[in-house]
Design a protein around this ligand. Sequence first.
Ligand SMILES: Cc1cc2nc3c(=O)[nH]c(=O)nc-3n(C[C@H](O)[C@H](O)[C@H](O)COP(=O)(O)OP(=O)(O)OC[C@H]3O[C@@H](n4cnc5c(N)ncnc54)[C@H](O)[C@@H]3O)c2cc1C
Length: 559
Amino acid sequence: MCCGIAANSLKTLADKRDIIIIGAGHNGLVAAYYLAKAGLKPLVLERRDIIGGACTTEEFHPGFRASLASSAGPLSSQVVNDLQLHGYGLELIQTRVHVAALNLNGPPICIYEDAKRTADELAVHSKKDSAKYSEFLSCFNNIGRALRPLLTMTPPNLDAPSKSELWDLGKLGWKIRGLGKKDEYRLLRYGPMAVADLAAEWFETELLRSLVAARGIFGAFAGPWSAGTSAPLLLQAANDGSPIAPAAFVKGGMGALSDAIAKAATEVGTEIRLNANVAHVQISNGRAVGVVLGDGQEIPAHAIISTADPKTTFLKMVDAAALDPSFLQKIQNYRAHGTVAKVNLALSALPRFVRLGADEATEKLSGRIHIGPDIDYLEHAFDDAKYGDFSRRPYMDITIPTLTDSALAPGGAHVMSIHAQFAPYKLNGYAGVSPATLSTPEACVPVWDSRREELGDAVVNTLSDYAPDLKELIVARQVITPLDLESKYGLSGGHINHGEMSLDQLFAFRPLIGWARYRTPIENLYMCGAGTHPGGGVTGVPGLNASREIIKDLKRRKT
Ligand SMILES: Cc1cc2nc3c(=O)[nH]c(=O)nc-3n(C[C@H](O)[C@H](O)[C@H](O)COP(=O)(O)OP(=O)(O)OC[C@H]3O[C@@H](n4cnc5c(N)ncnc54)[C@H](O)[C@@H]3O)c2cc1C
């Protein structure tokens, strides 16, 4: 017995890992690549039986596969190039149409890769909007270029910025000065503005205003009249130069992207273990020293990185006694109330859409599809969520990936993936029960379980106005509620971005002021998921930034 213990202890010591990464989401895998490239041997522990986190391709009905959570993303070109992802099977699909806003009363509004074609077609709706379009694009392109360095910058230490941080901020300020007065003032004004006001400043066509505003509220607990909803457009422009919608789809769905990143990471020495749920982080004298898995297995490590969201990390995996009460309270107050539901449809054929000829449908529907005719429609959809209900007429962002990647469904059949807003995590199931009282996941379960199909019906009914034969073509329907996003994908509050991307939770405030530099109050415990700067979306940048900071710390410690 005694010898057994000794042998185990020796084994434990021998097994001490350089670095453990909790979660095989795309950010964790990107971080693993950079850390392995720096000579470390990362071990990635993933609770699910597949990698990718919110970036997966999964079968939801026999023969029908889809990116069940995220559909497309502005992956950082630096990450694509550093990891040489094209060499690991990544194939991006660039569509000529970025987004089509469907219209019951006229032709759709399409935003094409080709700006001139977009402006020409906009003239059908408004000559003024058509004339404004190229200035709109170049303004956001300009601002996006100036802000881009911010994305890969580690947020500064606000209390005591270092010389190099001040230098970086100075360079950024210089770039902003370089925008010229007009765009510089626009940038300063836009950040806190309601996106409905921004859209109205540029355009007069309601459908176009709604299309612009939708980017500001995608994934947010906010309506177009909420303050600060223009900021996501600036962030979007910084990511890929376009304020409205990226259209880089991945052949094989988003899971193919995660697979490519995982291959790049394993090739340089990363080990990935599936079905490995981290129950808690072991802490000794204020330092993270290892993790304990759900089955009781202990794995010691020199450093640990959590890619789980901030609430999961600090409220579920770390012992509260190891954290300062004020830090704990701030994490409890970190806002992560999900509002997105995903509805995936298996269709026997492509539906017919009103005001869209069969000959043009394949091209015009190949990017994102926007449903939301005007600003009031979007605001009303949000109103429902504010009072604890889901929208009967939801704002929708849709993709039909089979139009460009037919292998995702049997011959001639299609997949339609619908991002539906608003579906609040805290659903008010019964008259008189306020959402505030439904504060725990347990309290939400019965409500969402009994109303899941009602939500699916609201989505399909709304969409049927645009595609009258839709219902006849549905072979199968999957409704993923925010509660499912929490239980299946591990997202606290079912929030798709690991927490609101509002001004008070961005950059040096993400997740918290004082703790936005990928480090945590627990020594050797780091964060690198979408709950860190620059936030949610499939960019890989939180993983890139965090690995750089961790490598710096480890080198410093060595010397
Ligand atoms: C429904 C939905 C739609 C979206 N649509 C888009 C979109 O169209 N475009 C876009 O750019 N972004 C979209 N997003 C957002 C984007 O997908 C996320 O911001 C991004 O994928 C987050 O990546 P991540 O690696 O930081 O975290 P995640 O992908 O959340 O990965 C975290 C990983 O940690 C694992 N984990 C958690 N706890 C533990 C534990 N205790 N032990 C072990 N493992 C654990 C999880 O299982 C998960 O695999 C969407 C997200 C969702 C959910």
